[in-house]
Design a protein around this ligand. Structure first.
Ligand code: PGA
Length: 248
């Protein structure tokens, strides 16, 4: 027990470097030194200026994607090594928007997870169901499968340090949050599949976040659930409200 909470802002494609630095500066004093790990997952071009802005605080900077190859002829892509070189610690992988708009699959997510870990990045692996899938009653089956494929060939030692974000697609950016019980149920199911793949120790150590319309009003109740170790926060991470979530 005693898992440290991790609260990550997923800024998505928002904020020019100038705006990103202003946002980081406006938040950093209010959220550094919190009891949780705090990460700003920012657009690629904002990474270096935001790293500079949060220097001297305990806020970490994360990326939102990598390519699964180490280097080469992949125009427009960014490698894990490039991120590590500038001081990035985390990377969001397999976000539902990347699966939906950029054709990422469980298999490519797995390749990216392996490349991230190999280079020393901590993956925040996103899983979650659509509204149709929830209505069909296959949520738990689906996230179990997504988790199993994402962690194929990942060692227990590396899985322990990783983060999984349970993000029901119908709750992302919709203002429609999963109930605390719904979020807890699926986060517990994810921890259970980690237990089945690895062992009790890995299941107890890996951190499972909830994401999907987390805000200043619902964060503390969600984070109080036994298997919810923090949040992946989209819209509210761009607002002063993010402080309320971090200091929930
Ligand atoms: P949201 O996004 O908080 O705006 O719903 C969450 C996410 O997509 O990570």
């Amino acid at each position: 027990m005693g898992r440290k909470k991790i609260i990550a802002g997923n800024w998505k494609m928002n904020g020019t470097p100038t705006e990103a630095v202003a946002l980081a500066n406006s938040l950093k004093d209010k959220i550094s030194g919190s009891a949780s790990d705090v990460v700003f997952c920012v657009p690629a071009i904002d990474i270096i200026p935001v790293l500079e802005a949060v220097k001297g605080t305990d806020i970490q900077v994360g990326a939102q994607n990598i390519h699964f190859e180490e280097s080469g002829a992949f125009t427009g892509e960014i490698s894990a090594k490039m991120l590590v070189d500038v001081g990035v610690k985390y990377v969001v992988l397999g976000h539902s928007e990347r699966r939906q708009y950029f054709a990422e699959t469980d298999e490519t997510v797995n390749k990216k997870v392996l490349t991230a870990i190999k280079n020393g990045l901590i993956p925040i692996v996103c899983v979650g169901e659509s509204l149709t899938q929830r209505e069909q009653g296959i949520t738990v089956d689906l996230v179990r499968l997504q988790t199993k494929i994402a962690f194929k060939d990942v060692t227990a030692q590396d899985a322990k340090k990783s983060v999984i974000a349970y993000e029901p697609i119908w709750a992302i950016g919709t203002g429609k949050t999963a109930t605390n019980a719904e979020a807890q149920e699926v986060c517990a199911a994810i921890r259970q599949v980690v237990r089945e793949i690895y062992d009790d120790a890995t299941a107890e150590e890996i951190r499972v976040q909830y994401g999907g319309s987390v805000n200043g009003g619902n964060a503390s109740a969600l984070f109080a659930e036994a298997d919810i170790d923090g949040g992946l926060v989209g819209g509210a991470s761009l607002k002063p409200e993010f402080e309320k979530i971090v200091n929930y």
